[in-house]
Each structure stands twice: as structure tokens, then as C-alpha cells.
Ligand binder design. Structure first.
Ligand SMILES: Cc1cc2nc3c(=O)[nH]c(=O)nc-3n(C[C@H](O)[C@H](O)[C@H](O)COP(=O)(O)OP(=O)(O)OC[C@H]3O[C@@H](n4cnc5c(N)ncnc54)[C@H](O)[C@@H]3O)c2cc1C
Ligand code: FES
Length: 262
């Protein structure tokens, strides 16, 4: 399907923890269409530097004000330039892109697991799930990097935070919280987004407890629309496996389809 880019005005910008920016832009079209787990491909500047767009998840939508919220961590040139933009500037965004999370009312007891910058798309997801019985586990490096706790608390009473160094919440990985829960209290689906090692663990744990899981893969991207093959990932077929595009076929896949490279 043809994907449209929009010149959208920045309506809000705040550095919420060092190097992580919360940004909102006004774009009626994307705000009306976006689904949890989809992303934007953002032109970080005009001209030759960082000419490629950068993929950033949609974190939340405010349909009343026609705003899209996304949160990004400064990593390299592209995100550094994006962080220099000011409220009132226009940015060129392409979206909503990709296939988001599969949501179905049959799942009455879902578990959401996010790690680092992977927590962002889970906010829109938890807001879109009708079940009052959802659980959310979020993992961060340390207390300083904990973000969106209040936002998640507003919409979910079963929220737990883990930090790698134990400076806040559970000491250790968020996957340990997950394993502990599944041992005594099975859920009917797991939704996850985070770094690849975390996703592998989530996937293996879900396999062990025979629980379906939906995972959002992160991959370097070029076009974001299935035209350049930069974002290939291996997906199982009935007989063997094939390459799929993370940007177009994903970024969300069923965990049992994904083949992680060794
Ligand atoms: C579907 C999707 C959704 C994403 N959502 C978010 C989000 O909500 N918030 C956020 O902060 N980041 C998100 N990312 C990651 C973000 O796209 C990269 O951090 C960004 O493109 C880096 O661009 P840069 O020019 O600043 O850095 P570059 O100079 O391009 O790279 C800097 C470093 O980041 C690594 N890197 C670059 N792109 C990626 C990538 N796509 N995945 C993993 N590592 C990468 C490079 O290997 C390098 O080490 C998402 C990525 C994908 C694929
Ligand atoms: S980023 Fe170009 S095909 Fe996926």
C-alpha cells in the first residue's frame, strides 16, 4: 500500500532522562490510522547528513488533539539531529508503517514485557487492550533510565519495574519477573519489545510454558516500506524458512515464527 509522508509540526519536546526525548507532533492522518506496534520513519534533517529516515515507534496517540507521541534515545547522527529540533519546527514523517501487535478480546490475561527503548510502543498497546487484568513488566539499566512509569501506572495497576543493577524495583532482568509469574500464574499471551537478547529469552520462556507471544523486532532500516532489503529477518515457513522484511511484514511477529541468528 502507498505510504504517505507528512510535514508535521512539533507541539511538545522534553528531555525526560539524559539523552531520551519525548516528542509530540500534530498529524491528523497518522493519529487516525495508527495501531499499537506501528512505527514512523522520520527524516531527522534536511540536506545530506543523516539523509536516511530513522524508524521510531509510535508511543501514544491523542486523537482529540490529533497528536502522535514518540520517544527516542540519542544514539548517532540521526537522533542527535532530531533532538535539536524545537517546538514549532516541522518534521517530515512517513507512517504509520509496519504491522503492529495482534489484539483480540479472547486474550483476557495478557502480559506485556518491555526493555529499554522497547517500552515505548507498549504504552499505546496497553491503552488499546480492553482487559483490566493486564500485567506490565518494564526493564531498565538503572534508576536514572526509568521512563514512563507514571504513564503506565495510570492505565495498569499490575506494573513492575526491574533494573539491571537493582537501583530501582526488582534487581535483575525483566525476564526473571516474567519467569516467576509464569511459574505460578499463567497468562494467555505475551507481548514484548526490547533488545534482541531479551526477546530471545522471552521467546524461549514462552515456548517452555506453551504461551503464544508477539515480539517486535528491531533492525537497521533504510526505506521502511519494503523496497531496499536492509531489514531482512528469517521467518519459519511450513517446510523451511524465508527472509521477510521487518519494516513491512513486521516489526511485530509471532515469536514461534522468528529464527534468531546464532
Ligand atoms: C521498528 C523500530 C522502532 C524503533 N523505535 C524506537 C523508539 O521508539 N525509540 C528509540 O529510541 N529508538 C527506536 N528504534 C531504534 C532507532 O531507530 C535507532 O536508534 C536509530 O535509527 C539510530 O539512528 P542514529 O542515526 O541516531 O544512529 P546511527 O548512527 O545510525 O547508529 C548508532 C548506533 O545505533 C545502532 N542502530 C542504528 N539503528 C538501529 C536499529 N534500527 N536497531 C538497533 N540498533 C540500531 C547502530 O548499530 C549504531 O551502533 C527503533 C527501531 C526500529 C527498527
Ligand atoms: S527498510 Fe527497506 S526493505 Fe525494510
Amino acid at each position: 500500500m502507498y505510504k504517505q509522508n507528512y510535514l508535521s509540526k512539533i507541539s511538545y519536546k522534553k528531555e525526560i532522562v539524559p539523552g531520551i526525548f519525548d516528542m509530540r507532533v500534530v498529524c491528523k492522518e497518522i493519529a487516525q490510522q495508527a495501531k499499537p506496534g506501528q512505527f514512523l520513519n522520520i527524516k531527522c534533517c534536511e540536506g545530506l547528513t543523516a539523509i536516511l529516515r530513522r524508524p521510531i515507534s509510535i508511543c501514544d496517540i491523542d486523537t482529540k488533539n490529533q497528536e502522535i507521541r514518540f520517544i527516542f534515545q540519542v544514539k548517532g547522527n540521526g537522533t542527535k539531529l532530531l533532538a535539536l529540533k524545537k517546538v514549532g519546527d516541522n518534521i517530515d514523517i512517513l507512517g504509520p508503517l509496519g504491522n503492529g501487535y495482534y489484539i483480540n478480546d479472547q486474550y483476557t490475561n495478557p502480559l506485556l514485557v518491555g526493555g529499554g527503548i522497547g517500552v515505548f510502543p507498549l504504552l499505546m498497546l496497553i491503552k488499546s487492550i480492553s482487559s483490566q487484568n493486564s500485567t506490565v513488566y518494564l526493564g531498565f539499566k538503572n534508576k536514572e533510565m526509568v521512563v514512563l512509569e507514571k504513564d503506565f501506572h495510570k492505565v495498569c495497576s499490575n506494573l513492575q519495574i526491574a533494573t539491571d543493577d537493582g537501583s530501582y524495583g526488582h534487581k535483575g532482568y525483566v525476564t526473571q519477573l516474567m519467569e516467576k509469574k509464569l511459574q505460578k500464574d499463567p497468562v494467555d499471551i505475551v507481548y514484548a519489545c526490547g533488545p534482541e537478547p531479551m526477546l530471545r529469552l522471552v521467546n524461549n520462556t514462552c515456548k517452555k510454558y506453551n504461551i503464544p507471544c508477539q515480539i517486535s523486532l528491531e533492525q537497521r532500516m533504510g526505506c521502511g516500506i519494503g523496497a531496499c532489503l536492509v531489514c531482512a529477518c528469517k521467518i519459519k515457513t511450513t517446510q523451511d524458512w524465508e527472509y521477510k522484511h521487518v519494516c513491512k511484514d513486521g516489526p511485530v511477529f509471532w515469536g514461534n515464527e522468528v529464527i534468531f541468528d546464532d
